[in-house]
Design a protein around this ligand. Structure first.
Ligand SMILES: *Cc1c(COP(=O)(O)O)cnc(C)c1O
Length: 223
């Protein structure tokens, strides 16, 4: 069995039942993805539309594709027919565009609001006021072809797990506050996408329901 298959089996046998593994396959080949697929993995995440499209075309159709990267509004139409989950919504404009493209395909696309929680200027995401502004937009309830399923966040890239823990704890507090204020009668607001190869145990401790793991499954990425 390949190392990739071993890694998938390890995650599947050790993750708590409320946590789903999103195998982040960016920069990895179709053969590597198939290794993971054949070990039972069905959910994969990509961060570039132009890389995702050929993988979607050529790999098995029962793969659930999640988009995890910065998404430009003009690229939404390329993925709207098949994307299963968008983790990285960071503006009302993007949400409205996902809605209108999803409508053309008669689909409802689950989305997460990406929150800025790290002490790094390079990371995308919303602060709490910006997220509230999206949810309070007067036209929000007309968006029938998207569903806000929860929040996503990326912690600071550091070995300091105490620091990471504070950021994930903060995100889980925001998650509960947003759920209470806006989604108290919407049980489908339930996902907290946080945790990567270097910090996923800390994310799970703090309530993650989706971990996005790349290098621990597929090995280091070579760009
Ligand atoms: C690349 C990436 C990951 C996975 O990173 P690893 O450290 O390889 O697990 C998770 N989330 C996002 C948004 C990414 O871009």
């Amino acid at each position: 069995m390949s190392a990739i298959a071993d890694n998938i089996k390890y995650f599947h046998s050790t993750l708590p039942p409320q946590v789903r593994l999103i195998a982040i396959s960016k920069t990895k080949s179709k053969e590597e993805i198939l290794d993971a697929y054949n070990a039972g993995q069905r959910i994969f995440g990509e961060n570039k539309v132009q890389e995702l499209l050929p993988k979607y075309e050529e790999l098995p159709k029962d793969i659930e594709w999640h988009f995890i990267g910065h998404l430009q509004t003009n690229k939404v139409r390329n993925i709207a027919s098949f994307i299963n989950f968008i983790h990285s919504v960071d503006s009302y404009k993007l949400l409205a565009e996902i809605n209108s493209e999803a409508k053309k395909h008669n689909r409802i696309i689950p989305c997460l609001l990406e929150m800025f929680i790290a002490k790094e200027e390079t990371k995308y995401g919303l602060d709490l006021d910006e997220a509230k502004a999206i949810l309070e937009n007067p036209d929000f309830f007309e968006l029938k072809n998207i569903r806000i399923a929860g929040l996503m966040g990326m912690a600071t890239y550091t070995d300091d797990m105490e620091h990471v823990r504070k950021e994930y704890r903060y995100l889980s507090e925001i998650f509960l506050a947003v759920k209470q204020q806006y989604f108290s009668s919407y049980p489908e607001f339930k996902e907290l996408s946080m945790g990567m190869s270097g910090d996923y145990p800390v994310a799970i401790e703090n309530g993650s329901t989706m971990i996005r793991v790349g290098s621990l499954i597929f090995g280091e990425r070579i760009y």
